[in-house]
Ligand binder design. Structure first.
Ligand code: GTP
Length: 375
């Protein structure tokens, strides 16, 4: 079986992380985001992966070219301009890359949903498209899918795992919500659907293709398990703890076995520093005396100064956090520098190579662009 991963979005909600590299190449915990996806789909028998890239395609290739992966086979489609979520299927098909049936996946999923069950359900019904559905507690920021046999009232329960789709609702108001099943961004698609997609222009699979298939072989199939669309800084942080604490199946989580703590042999931690799980300290990291690392990722060669606190935060490779600085609930892109005694407020995202001046206070939820100096 084959999969096409949509990896060409701008990732505006994750800016400034996505200003210097595309979302699939952004590091999540210890590896580029898309590496988790490839591992996940490979566990479900996917042997051939086509990655549809827009801007930053070199970074996506580099992210996956780690020289140790034997399977699946990876190929790339380069869009001359963004083609949306459907256009890349047409482009890949025109380049002779797609089989009669294939999986399509949004490129920002961290999940361990049972794709094998989705593929089986699709084959059993001889469907045109089968959408993976996932139940979420608050569906208001997602695309809801209404289907036969689904839970039609809040608190209602589905009478079957799958059924024919009869409607969609994007980002509904609370009064409109009549199901907890959302489009999980993973579909099995029959190649006959390609003819609905025009060539060479932006086209949306959710808004312009699926509605036309209602009553013509469009099914939804609910899958249980871990699922997260890692589209915002809040979800990026949540996803990091979920990987470290093993809430989603990943190679790293399997290795940690639920301990949630990995300090690389090549990391230097002063005996007077404190490291509390979940935490990952990568090779080359240095943590000085009296520093506190509490629920954090500290990437390769990052340095945490004396008496500094990094809590609920991700500090990517080559960052410097100065003595007595406080980084709480924030994300620091690679090479960011936080000056002595500076304070970074919760929910802030500091871009690649940006510098926060000593003693300054960055307010909660701030975004600092790559390379900028902020005070
Ligand atoms: P936001 O800008 O923050 O909404 O993120 P996004 O760019 O990821 O957009 P969205 O979540 O709507 O996209 C869903 C999936 O489709 C993501 O995996 C995107 O990478 C992908 N995608 C969106 N637009 C394009 C495109 O023009 N080309 C390709 N190849 N993929 C796209």
């Amino acid at each position: 079986m084959q999969a096409l991963i949509l990896a060409g979005g701008e990732g505006t909600r994750l800016r400034p992380l996505t200003l210097t590299r595309p979302k699939p190449a952004v590091t999540l915990v210890d590896r580029p985001f898309i590496a988790y996806m490839v591992d996940w789909i490979a566990r479900h028998g996917i042997t051939d992966v086509v990655i549809a890239c827009g801007f930053g395609s070199d970074a996506v290739r580099e992210a996956l070219d780690d020289g140790r992966r034997e399977a699946p086979r990876l190929r790339y489609v380069q869009e001359p301009e963004p083609l949306g979520t459907a256009g890349p299927l047409r482009l890949a098909a025109d380049q002779g890359m797609l089989d009669d049936r294939f999986l399509v996946l949004n490129g920002d999923l961290l999940a361990d949903l049972d794709l094998s069950a989705l593929i089986r359900a699709h084959q059993d019904r001889r469907a045109a498209v089968t959408l993976a559905l996932h139940s979420v507690q608050d569906p208001s920021s997602y695309g809801l899918v209404r289907r036969a046999g689904g839970p039609h009232a809040p608190g209602g329960s589905a009478t079957a795992a799958g059924g024919e789709v009869w409607g969609f609702l994007e980002k509904p108001t609370s009064e409109e919500i009549d199901t907890d099943e959302v489009n999980a961004g993973a579909y099995v698609v029959d190649s006959s659907v390609i003819q609905l997609i025009p060539r060479g222009r932006m086209f949306s699979i959710e808004r312009e293709v699926f509605p036309r298939l209602v009553g013509r072989g469009l099914y939804g199939h609910r899958l249980e398990g871990y699922w997260m669309d890692v589209g915002t800084p809040e979800r990026y942080l949540e996803a990091s703890w979920d990987v470290l604490e093993g809430r989603v199946r990943t190679e790293l989580g399997d290795r940690l076995g639920g301990a949630g703590l990995l300090v690389a042999d090549e990391a230097t931690v002063d005996p007077r520093a404190s490291v509390r799980p979940p935490a990952l300290l990568e090779p080359g990291v240095s943590v000085e005396a009296d520093a506190v690392i509490d629920r954090a990722v500290v990437g390769r060669a990052a340095a945490i100064g004396e008496g500094a606190t990094v809590s609920g935060s991700v500090v990517l490779g080559d960052c410097r956090v100065g003595p007595r600085a406080l980084v709480e609930g924030a994300i620091l892109a690679p090479g960011a520098v936080v000056g002595d005694g500076a304070r970074i407020g919760a929910g802030s995202v500091i871009g690649e190579g940006a510098r926060i001046e000593a003693g300054s206070e960055i307010e909660a939820g701030a975004r600092v662009d790559p390379g900028r100096v902020a005070s």
